[in-house]
Design a protein around this ligand. Structure first.
Ligand code: IPM
Ligand code: MG
Length: 369
C-alpha cells in the first residue's frame, strides 16, 4: 500500500516559516514512528496570485481533491489589499473549503496550564479550559446568493445573503453531536433565532437531529450574542459549541483569545468520507499571516504543529501519536519556553520559531524511550 498523501500549502506571511517547522515534525514521525507520508507542496493565496494571477490554481485545487489531507499555513497580506475581490488571497482558501465541501470546522480552544496567565481573563476562569467550536464552513452568509454591490437609485447597496438548507444544518449538527460523545457529551447551539429566520430553522433542525439520533447528548441553545458574553464570563460551562459560518468566525476568535494567544490554536476542516473512508480534510492554524512579524523568525509554530496533530487524529486514525505530539508541546511550555507572542513573564527571553520546534522535537525524542 502506498503512503498516505499530504498536500502542503504554506501560503503567505508567516505561513512558510511555521510550515517549515511542521515539515520537520512530519519527518520525525516518518523516522521514529514508521508513519511516512507522500508530501507535496504548492502555492495558495497571495503566493499563488504572484505566480499565476489567481489565489488558487486549478491544478492545485485538483490535487487538493486527491490527497488524504491538506495542510495550510496562512493567506493574505497588506500588499494584496487593493486586489480585485475575486482574486484576493482569501478567495483561494474559501474555494478550497467550498469545493472540498469541508462543512465542519473544528476549532478547539484549549488553555495550556503554563499559559493561563497570558489570558486577558483571570487564571481561574480559563485554567483547564477545553472547548470545541464546530463552525459550519461552506454555507451561510459567506456564500449565499444574491451577493454584490449594486446600484439602487442614486446610491449603492451592498448585499449578502444568509442562507441555510435543512441538510446543511443537519450534517454539521451531527458532526457536533458525534464529537460531544467523545468529550463531555454537551452541545450548545448558537444562532440568532430572535431576529433571523435562518436562526429559527437552525434551532429547529438541531433540535430534531438531537431528539431523533442523539438523545443521550445534553443540548442547549443560546443566542450568539449571549454566547459571546458567556464565553467571556464563564467559558468552562461549554463543551462543544455548534454555530454557523459567520458567528463561528467571530466566536472562535473570541474563544481563541481566552487561551492567551492565537499562536497556539489549530483547526480542522472536515467534509464527507472519501472512498478510502477518510474524510476530506484541511488543517490550518487559526492565526493569520501576521505580516508585522513575517520573516523575523518570531512566529510561534505551535498552532501549525498542533494542526498536524489534528491531522494525525482525524485523518490518520493515529490519536495516540496526536497525543504524543500534544504532550511534547505541553512539556515545552511547562519548561518555560516562549515565542515572542507569549512574553510577559519577567526574565524570559523569547525563542525563535526554529528553536521552539527544536525543543518540541527534543521532547518527542525524550518521550520515546
Ligand atoms: C478564518 C478567517 C477566514 C474566514 C478568512 C481568512 C477568509 O478569518 O478562517 O477564521 O473569515 O473564514
Ligand atoms: Mg476568522
Amino acid at each position: 500500500m502506498s503512503n498516505p498523501s499530504l498536500l502542503i500549502l504554506p501560503g503567505d506571511g508567516i505561513g512558510p516559516e511555521v510550515m517549515a517547522e511542521v515539515r520537520r515534525v512530519i519527518d520525525w514521525f516518518a523516522g521514529n514512528r514508521a508513519m511516512a507520508f507522500d508530501v507535496s507542496e504548492d502555492l495558495v493565496g497571495g503566493a499563488a496570485y504572484d505566480a499565476h494571477g489567481t489565489p488558487l490554481h486549478d491544478d492545485t485545487m485538483a490535487r487538493a481533491q486527491e490527497v488524504d489531507a491538506v495542510l495550510l499555513g496562512a493567506v493574505g497580506g497588506p500588499q494584496y489589499d487593493d486586489l480585485d475581490f475575486s482574486v484576493k488571497p482569501e478567495r483561494g482558501l474559501l474555494r478550497l473549503r467550498k469545493e472540498m465541501d469541508l462543512f465542519s470546522n473544528l476549532r478547539p480552544a484549549q488553555c495550556f496550564d503554563a499559559l493561563a496567565d497570558f489570558s486577558s481573563l483571570k487564571r481561574e476562569v480559563v485554567a483547564g479550559l477545553d472547548i470545541m467550536i464546530v463552525r459550519e464552513l461552506t454555507s451561510g452568509v459567506y456564500f449565499g446568493e444574491p451577493r454584490g454591490i449594486f446600484k439602487e437609485g442614486n446610491e449603492r447597496v451592498g448585499i449578502n445573503t444568509q442562507r441555510y438548507t435543512e441538510s446543511e444544518i443537519a450534517r454539521v449538527a451531527r458532526s457536533a453531536f458525534e464529537l460531544a460523545r467523545k468529550r463531555s457529551n454537551m452541545v450548545c447551539s448558537m444562532e440568532k433565532a430572535n431576529v433571523m429566520e435562518s436562526g429559527i430553522l437552525w434551532r429547529d433542525v438541531v433540535t430534531e437531529i438531537h431528539d431523533a439520533e442523539y438523545g443521550d447528548v445534553e443540548l442547549s441553545h443560546m443566542y450568539a450574542d449571549a454566547g459571546a458574553m458567556q464565553l467571556c464570563r464563564n467559558p468552562k460551562q461549554f463543551d462543544v459549541i455548534v454555530t454557523d459560518n459567520l458567528f463561528g468566525d467571530i466566536l472562535s476568535d473570541a474563544a481563541a483569545m481566552l487561551t492567551g494567544s492565537l499562536g497556539m490554536l489549530p483547526s480542522a476542516s472536515l467534509g464527507s468520507p472519501m472512498e478510502n473512508g477518510r474524510p476530506k480534510a484541511l488543517y490550518e492554524p487559526v492565526h493569520g499571516s501576521a505580516p508585522d512579524i513575517t520573516g523575523q523568525g518570531k512566529a510561534n509554530p505551535i498552532a501549525c504543529i498542533l494542526s498536524f496533530a489534528m491531522a494525525l487524529r482525524y485523518s490518520f486514525d493515529a490519536g495516540n501519536d496526536a497525543s504524543r505530539l500534544e504532550a511534547a508541546v505541553n512539556d515545552v511550555l511547562a519548561d518555560g519556553l516562549r515565542t515572542a507572542d507569549l512574553l510577559g513573564e519577567d526574565g524570559v527571553d523569547p525563542v525563535s520559531t526554529t528553536e521552539m520546534a527544536d525543543a518540541i522535537l527534543a521532547k518527542l525524542d525524550a518521550n520515546l524511550g
